[in-house]
Design a binder for this molecule. Structure first.
Ligand code: T1G
Length: 688
């Protein structure tokens, strides 16, 4: 019974849920809560009840860890029915977060009181399910269908004031939630007010239809979104109990789906990624001042993130014109983000005061952390790190934002290799959540914790990586793109490959991505590596040929595709097709049709194969980290869960068949990864 504490105050039964850290409604909590409600119902001296949460939050929902297992009684709908049928009024007192089953619990009460900082929401669709305990029927009775459709299909979380305005809360109080709840029970309005008995407010059918279309678009018509709309709309047409049964049936079907399993996997994988191995769990170095070297796009984005996170920032660039421009842009961005409500005006003003522009190395002397974000060239990086050796204070962390260069090679330019770390941000750096924290061979053992803590403080998703070509993300993406280039020569056109992978769920296919990021960047990298490339290795010259002709992608309005007024052409033109056909001919390949599934499986297995090698080489701590990197950094569809989760959903014989296919397509130099290391589920994985 220790998951719920009960006390009596003024004849009111105070029921405090205590299942830290987030009071998930696990089976023991449910059993204790039902017992308490039954006690409230049966004991005459009790005149009402208050439900609240211990610790930092009300209730974060049902216990997601229980999802893969058979449901154990009592179930939430039964408990909520008991609350509604209890003759005594029950108030939900909300602090922290009231999400999913937590908000559904509150909706089953007769009144809801919250603090201004409380957030409420029904985020079930982010887990590939729908609310399964009355949320789809009770919420529209308070807010109307259009708002309920928006909130349930997006999983949007609302601050208390906004929820109050929408009728979801009865009161927002600044303090003493329990006292306010009892005051409500003492007030004239106290009494039984079951939401299920309320009618859904009338709204114009065209408005409901508009909300439905907007939700389907925003939710990419994922199964949970489609199901949510169907069930929510029943709130105004079907008797409550019947609609509740439909909700439950849809919930259970979705919960058992591979998509829901994938979304649970990534939910827990994101949290697992933050955990370091025991030997690296050290006290992070204190960081108050951050210096960013290079005022280009990446440097400015990193500076903006650090400013918003409260750091004092020194932005250094020897190009004083660029520096001044970036400084102005940062100030404007801060004001714009305040206007957009992303940060408060106070933070925006205060942040501008914490920004210093420096055009000389002496300017970085106070920095606790220096992040280099200059041109991706080893010689240029060496020059910067030699300067850091001279000008950075002892003990400062010297970080590089390189996306593929060898951290140890960069560190070799300093006398303090133990202070060097990779912090690989993704563009745009102030938007993308992913941060690869890369340890070099000489990085001191406290640097991992320092990098991870810094990443978390920027509200990023830091993932620890070992030092190897392309770390985790770029290495896997490189294998994926290389296989896609092989498929160009084998018989597919760029638009066919892009369409197949966009159908799989990628936000954008590899050739559209290449055109967007600029073909010349990869071209330069290839030229830099040409001298070390083994001539026996299969190499597709298409990209080089396009660049030779000045087709660098969107920036030159032509790459794999043509771009008129910024709009991508439907397909590749004759020039591109001729270049590809010539490459096939040169390799003696009789071009053949690749089906959508052929393309998808070859691209995915190339990722899986590289992931297995990354795990074998311990470049990643755990398999699920790889999924977090691909989902947050490379547009891998979240509802598939990542290449590792995808592989675990496949039959082994087909994975081995696909590996044979890419082995044959790759030829010399193909390395077959050990799938066992990838497919074997670890304790961490078993949470999902
Ligand atoms: N169930 C089980 N564990 C949970 C959990 C949950 N609902 N929510 C969080 N945890 C664990 C999490 O794994 C981590 O564990 C620890 O708590 C702290 O979380 C019937 C079916 C509440 C905003 O989708 O969004 O209700 O890693 O690191 O950053 O209709 O957690 O320490 O071992 O995220 O402060 C719907 C999910 C469920 C909300 C707090 N609810 N949680 O964020 O901490 S479905 C959700 C969150 C449902 C009903 C349906 C966040 C948070 P560990 P944390 P945080």
């Amino acid at each position: 019974m220790d998951t719920l504490q009960t006390t009596i105050r003024d004849g009111v039964l105070i029921m405090e849920i205590s299942n830290l850290p987030v009071n998930a409604l696990s089976q023991p909590v449910r059993a204790a809560l039902l017992a308490a409600v039954e006690r409230l119902t049966s004991e005459p001296e009790l005149r009402g009840g208050v439900i609240l949460g211990a610790g930092r939050t009300f209730v974060a929902g049902a216990d997601i860890k229980e999802f893969g297992k058979p449901s154990l009684a009592p179930l939430l709908p039964d408990i909520f029915a008991a609350i509604e049928s209890c003759p005594k009024p029950v108030v939900a007192a909300l602090h922290g977060a009231a999400l999913g089953g937590g908000l559904e619990l509150a909706l089953a009460c007769d009144a809801r009181i919250a603090l201004p900082s409380t957030v409420v929401g029904l985020p079930e669709v982010t887990l590939g399910i729908i609310p399964g305990a009355g949320g789809t029927q009770r919420l529209p009775r308070l807010t109307g269908l259009t708002t309920a459709i928006r909130l349930i299909c997006s999983g949007e979380q609302l601050k208390a004031e906004a929820a109050h305005r929408l009728g979801m809360l009865d009161e927002v109080v600044v303090e003493d939630l329990q006292g306010a709840a009892i005051a409500w029970l003492n007030s004239a309005q106290a009494g039984k007010r079951p939401v299920s008995a309320m009618r859904v407010p009338e709204e114009a059918p065209e408005d409901i239809a508009k909300a439905e279309q907007a939700a389907l678009r925003a939710g990419k018509s994922r199964p949970a979104v489609v199901a949510a709309i169907t069930v929510v709309k029943e709130a105004s047409s079907t008797p409550f109990a019947e609609a509740l049964a439909h909700e439950r049936a849809a919930f259970l079907t979705l919960r058992a789906s591979p998509e829901a399993a994938a979304l649970r996997h990534i939910f827990f994988a994101e949290r697992e990624a933050a955990r370091l191995p025991a030997d690296l769990q050290q006290t992070p170095r204190p960081i108050r001042t951050v210096a960013v070297i290079g005022a280009g796009t990446m440097g400015s984005g990193i500076a903006l993130s650090a400013l918003e996170a409260g750091y004092t920032v020194i932005l250094l660039d020897q190009n004083t014109e660029l520096l001044a421009k970036s400084g102005d842009k940062l100030r404007t961005q801060l004001q714009e983000r305040a206007q957009a409500g992303k940060i408060s005006t106070a933070v925006a003003q205060e942040a501008q005061a914490r920004l210093t522009l420096a055009d000389g190395w002496a300017g970085i002397a106070l920095a606790d952390l220096v992040i280099e974000a200059v041109f991706e060239d080893l010689a240029v990086k060496h020059e910067v790190f030699r300067q850091l050796d001279t000008h950075a204070k002892p003990g400062a962390v010297l970080a590089t934002n390189t996306s593929y260069l060898d951290i140890d090679a960069i560190a070799a330019a300093t006398k303090r290799r133990e202070d060097v770390l990779g912090l690989h941000f993704f563009s745009p750096a102030h938007v993308m959540k992913l941060l690869e924290v890369v340890r070099g061979a000489h990085s001191a053992s406290d640097l991992a914790a320092t990098g991870m803590a810094f990443g978390k403080s920027l509200k990023k998703l830091p993932v620890l990586c070992g030092n190897g070509f392309g770390f985790i993300g770029n290495r896997i993406y490189n294998a994926y793109r290389t296989q896609c280039e092989f498929m160009l020569e084998d018989g597919a056109w760029p638009e066919e490959i892009d369409a197949a992978l966009e159908a799989f769920g990628f936000a954008m296919g590899p050739f559209s991505v290449a055109d967007l990021s600029g073909l010349d960047i990869a071209w330069r990298m290839r030229q830099a590596r040409a001298s070390t490339r083994d001539p026996r290795t299969r190499y597709v010259p298409v990209l080089d040929e396009l660049c030779e002709r000045g087709r660098f992608g969107r920036k030159t309005c032509a790459g794999y595709y043509n771009y008129a007024d910024g709009k991508r052409s439907a397909g590749s033109d004759d020039v591109v097709r001729a270049i590809i056909s010539e490459a096939s001919a040169k390799r003696g390949i009789a071009r053949h049709v690749l089906t959508t599934e052929d393309i998808q499986r070859r691209a995915l297995i190339a990722m899986v194969n590289e992931a297995a090698q990354i795990l074998t080489e311990a470049i990643a701590q755990r398999a699920s980290d790889i999924d977090v990197v691909l989902v947050h950094g490379y547009g891998f569809p979240r509802w598939v869960g990542g290449p590792v989760q995808w592989a675990r959903e496949q039959e082994r014989k087909y994975l081995e068949r696909d590996l044979d296919i890419i082995a044959a397509a790759t030829g010399f130099g193909f390395v077959r990864g050990d799938l066992d290391i990838l497919l074997k589920k670890t304790n961490e994985d078993n949470a999902s």
